[in-house]
Write a protein that binds this ligand. Structure first.
Ligand SMILES: N[C@@H](CCC(=O)N[C@@H](CS)C(=O)NCC(=O)O)C(=O)O
Length: 224
């Protein structure tokens, strides 16, 4: 691959997963802020890159790519499978699970109004949090890759979702990472990587960005 990569991002959005991947692989990239305070993800110019109106999009010499998992997989493939664990089939199975099961549930907790009318939001949020707790327990029990301390597609995708689960949703605190010891150890490792430090500085994420996150205070843009 030749030519520049440009990450369309907003702080603390799913673009964080892609930023972590680029930093882990040491790939140079430019960033363009999508201004969420002005619903920049729905601007015609952005929709021309990503007709779903979702963040992230990575503009590449091969054209724009969107969908977080697709971007991560493409980037890794372009760089000699740099982020692909040696147990490839297992890694793909988990990558798709993160993308089609965990990530949508995180979205439903954060954006229930995009899924259901206002009268039914409390019921949806209640159900989806129950589901998320089960998903995190499932990871803690079955995801043996949580023991790995090598950067991978999975290690850049999961930790931001742990962060969002801890940060988002009003009312009583519902997600307690310490109930999932392997997940907690993994989050503590992931937030100590140089890539996580650099991403935290770029997006104003603060310390302990995955294991005990604080709301972002970004140098530019807004998370929502
Ligand atoms: N399936 C998409 C989901 C991305 C996503 O949910 N992005 C959020 C930010 S974290 C977004 O763009 N939200 C704006 C909106 O829904 O209008 C992916 O994997 O890239």
């Amino acid at each position: 691959m030749t030519g520049p990569l440009t990450l369309y991002y907003a702080p603390n959005n799913a673009s964080l997963c892609v930023r972590l991947a680029l930093l882990e692989m040491g790939i140079p990239f430019d960033t363009v802020l999508v201004d969420r305070s002005k619903a920049g993800q729905h601007d015609p110019a952005y929709l021309a890159l990503n007709p779903n109106g979702l963040i992230p999009t990575l503009v590449t010499p091969h054209g724009p790519i969107y969908e977080t998992a697709a971007i991560l997989l493409w980037l890794s493939e372009q760089h000699g499978d740099a982020l692909m664990p040696s147990a490839r089939a297992d890694a793909l199975r988990w990558l798709f699970w993160l993308s089609n099961t965990l990530h949508p549930a995180i979205r439903m907790n954060f954006y229930p109004d995009k899924y259901i009318d206002s009268d039914h939001i409390p019921a949806l949020v209640h159900a989806v949090r129950h589901q998320l707790i089960a998903h995190f327990a499932h990871l803690d029990t079955h995801a043996d890759w949580l023991e790995s301390r090598d950067a991978s597609l999975l290690s850049v995708y999961l930790p931001p979702m742990i962060r969002w689960a801890a940060l988002y949703g009003d009312g009583p605190r519902w997600f307690e990472i310490d109930k999932s010891p392997r997940l907690a150890a993994f989050a503590r490792w992931a937030e100590q990587t140089p890539a996580a430090h650099e991403a935290s500085l770029a997006e104003g994420l603060g310390p302990t960005i995955f294991s005990a996150p604080q709301h972002p205070n970004p140098p530019e843009g807004s998370a929502t």
